[in-house]
Design a protein around this ligand. Structure first.
Ligand code: HDE
Length: 696
């Protein structure tokens, strides 16, 4: 143990350049001296070396050349999928031991804090795309256990588009930019995606999820995570228990509405990463519970769908979650590229006691991840990069290769060997063993019949939603298919939806303005209508009330009442939320009492889409003046249309009128901040929606 601890502590530092002692001292100042990559102190970093004052630059200028060459090679290939991501560090702590079910220490040793690195991502967009695109969120966790790294490379949706890895290339090609034109970016709302989806009925369940509000989360801190596949846990006796992994956010789930997501993408393309970075910097550490669904072969055989089919889930009402631990993210990265960009996850990163099932999607993933890192990170030594390096000894006969940083000692780089007494040897007692599964039957390229029902759980998911959530799914289908130019694709997709439910298909068809009867696509297995809805699949039903870590926007202008704003701030802080002041000028507003109300945002740069709830704190003159300012009118109108709870001073009424605000249970004019905040903590005013948006 002592030895492994020493290696753990020294490994990253040994791998870092420039760790050879104290920085060079700069003569006459407090800053350390700047050096080139070879540690030589630089005298002048402003001017290149020239033949004379106005003469040509000399090739002898090794400082210019080194700096520019390094810059030229700053980028590495971005991930083919999940390119847009954001990572943070923290720990995992087990509270309920699975001893007897697995021999993995990470799942049996209660109270040990295991360091983790977690990266959230969108799937389709390139690295520079907006955070709030409609998409699945990647939820990848690397746990640096003392038995090696264990990665749960999951998503925020518990099912996937396809059943067999051989279709992944096609799925991603269809979803990403169309190859001839190179657009659209970060969206599925285009012909090739829906062409593929409408031809591949197994995508249907996942389509319902990505058209739902799960695909437009309010915050990465408010999403669930799922390992998706069935894995195995293996105990000391080699016995297997099936397992599905779930991450549950302590803050509950929350989403934005689609029009809001579109506007946030323009107002702050970094909305999710800024939110996560700020929360962690301010000490609001996001936290998730780890839950497991454990089951045996008998349950698997009895369950109505195949547990190896990644397009199906096991409802919690049928197989409840056992909460076994928590993950807390309490540190931001020190360097985005070194950590978030270079982190390399792999489904094959498992520790003894955790094993794979025969899920054909998982089996395909098992070859893909390391392969992709080889080209993305440039060679076989990417595991030596500090963010990837295991925090336990790594000892084997693998040697050399691009950029190796381990000066491995000794003569012996092969096994078996007899020349060194301390060369590493396999350890059958503690090492990784695959589950002793018995396989029989013919070798075939075939899809199991038990994978054949593509519509029943899609309908169950829809039926599990609240009415507003169902309406959003319908609207999202209409939005996306309205961006599809090829009418036959639109019609085919609606025909596919008819297999889920003729009512859903008809609602989408009406929203698309399609004429004539819907032609359902032929299917062997129609949707079952007897599956019980699962409340666990709805965001709204699982909502955690309160404003903790949320953001309240307050609109002020010259003449606002400073004491009212201060009272609001106090109440907002007491609710655990953050108040941000928005004013026509970033320098702030001069309040009625002459004091300065400092601004966090200038009006045009701080639209109400950036806040969970808003308060309008204007004087009568201020409100009249801002009624002719489009940004102010949109500020209030958008908050209303996005179903937010709105508070306002009674003198703000002219602006509320200009913005078309109609009083309902979510509008608080002239009231006390406390009442407004309690209501805001209940979330959006869903009943308002039919008055601001067409429900098809
Ligand atoms: Fe991935 N996936 N994937 N995937 N995936 C990658 O690996 C792949 C799948 C997921 O933050 C790639 O390092 C195949 C399901 C996440 O770095 C690549 C198949 C799920 C991330 C790859 C799948 C995921 C990736 C691209 C079908 C949810 C981001 C870059 C057989 C359970 C990890 C990379 C991060 C990334 C392949 C399907 C989750 C190409 C072949 C299902 C969260 O290796």
């Amino acid at each position: 143990m002592a030895k492994s601890k020493k290696i753990r502590e020294t490994l990253p530092a040994d791998q870092t350049i420039g760790n050879g002692g104290e920085p060079h001292q700069r003569a006459g100042g407090t800053h350390p001296a700047m050096t080139n990559q070879r540690g030589q102190v630089i005298a002048d970093d402003e001017n290149s070396l020239k033949a004379n004052e106005r003469g040509p630059v000399l090739i002898e200028d090794h400082l210019l050349i080194e700096k520019t060459q390094h810059f030229d090679h700053e980028r590495i290939p971005e991930r083919i999928v999940h390119a847009r991501g954001f990572g943070a560090k923290g720990y995992f702590e087990l509270s309920d031991s699975l001893k007897g079910i697995t021999k993995a220490r990470v799942l049996t040793e209660v109270g040990v804090k295991i360091p983790v690195f977690t990266r959230f991502s969108t799937v389709a967009g390139n690295a520079g795309s907006a955070d709030t695109a409609r998409d699945v969120r990647g939820f990848a966790v690397k746990m640096y256990t003392d038995q090696g790294n264990w990665d749960i490379v999951g998503n925020n949706i518990p099912v996937f588009f396809i059943q067999d890895a051989i279709k992944f290339t096609d799925l991603i090609h269809a979803a990403k930019q169309e190859p001839d034109r190179g657009f659209p970016q970060a969206q599925t709302a285009h012909d090739t995606f829906w062409d593929f989806a409408s031809l591949v009925p197994e995508t249907t369940h996942m389509l319902m999820w990505i058209m739902s509000d799960r695909a437009i989360p309010r915050s990465l801190r408010m999403i669930e995570g799922f390992g998706v596949h069935t894995f195995r846990l293996i105990n000391e006796d080699g016995e297997s228990t099936y397992v599905k992994f779930h991450w549950r956010p302590k803050l509950g789930m929350a989403s934005v509405v689609w029009d809001e997501a579109l506007k946030i993408s323009g107002a702050d393309p970094d909305f999710h990463r800024r939110d996560l970075w700020n929360a962690i910097s301010e000490g609001n550490f996001p936290e998730w519970e780890l839950g497991v669904q454990l089951f045996d072969e008998e349950f698997a055989n009895k369950f109505e769908f195949d547990v190896l089919d990644a397009t199906k889930l096991i409802p919690e009402e049928i197989l409840p979650l056992r909460i076994i631990g928590k993950m807390v993210l309490d540190r931001n990265v020190d360097n985005y590229f070194a950590e978030t960009e270079q982190v390399a996850f792999a489904t094959t990163d498992v520790v003894p006691g955790i094993d794979f099932s025969n899920d054909p999607l998982l089996q395909g993933r098992n070859l893909s991840y390391i392969d992709t890192q080889l080209s993305r990170l440039g060679g076989p030594n990417y595991e030596q990069i500090p963010v990837n390096a295991p925090r336990c000894p790594v000892m084997n006969m693998q040697r050399d290769g691009h950029m190796t940083m381990l000066p491995q000692k000794g003569r012996v780089s092969y096994s078996p060997s007899s020349l060194e007494v301390d060369s590493p040897r396999p350890d059958p007692a503690n090492g990784f063993h695959s589950f002793k599964a018995t396989e029989q039957g013919d070798k075939l390229r075939i899809r199991a019949e038990s994978f054949g029902d593509h519509f029943s759980q899609a309908l169950m998911f829809f039926n599990s939603q609240t009415e507003p959530e169902q309406n959003h799914i319908i609207s999202a289908f209409i939005f996306e298919l309205s961006k599809v130019d090829t009418k036959a694709v639109r019609a085919r997709m609606v025909g596919q939806l008819a297999n889920v439910s003729p009512v859903i298909a008809q609602r989408v068809a009406d929203g698309l303005g399609m004429q004539g009867p819907i032609e359902a696509i032929a299917t062997k297995i129609p949707a079952r209508t007897d599956l019980a809805p699962s409340d666990a699949l709805s965001i709204v039903k699982k909502m955690v009330p309160g404003l903790a870590t949320k953001v309240v926007g307050c609109l002020v202008a010259d003449g606002s009442d400073a004491s009212a704003v201060l009272a609001l701030k106090k109440a907002v802080t007491a609710a655990g939320a953050d108040l941000k002041i928005v004013a026509p000028k970033i320098g702030g507003a001069v309040a009625a009492d002459g004091s300065l109300l400092e601004a966090d945002f200038q009006l045009a740069g701080g639209p109400s889409v950036l806040f969970d709830t808003v308060y309008v704190s204007l004087s009568g003159d201020g409100a009249t003046l801002l009624s002719t300012e489009a940004a102010a009118v949109s500020w209030v109108h958008d908050a209303f249309a996005h179903l937010k709870v709105i508070g306002a001073s009674s003198t703000s009424q002219p602006l509320l009128d200009a913005a078309g605000v109609v009083v309902d249970e979510g509008i608080f004019v002239g009231g006390k901040p406390a009442e407004f905040l309690i209501k805001a903590g209940e979330g959006r005013v869903w009943d308002r929606e039919p008055s601001v948006r067409t429900v098809f």
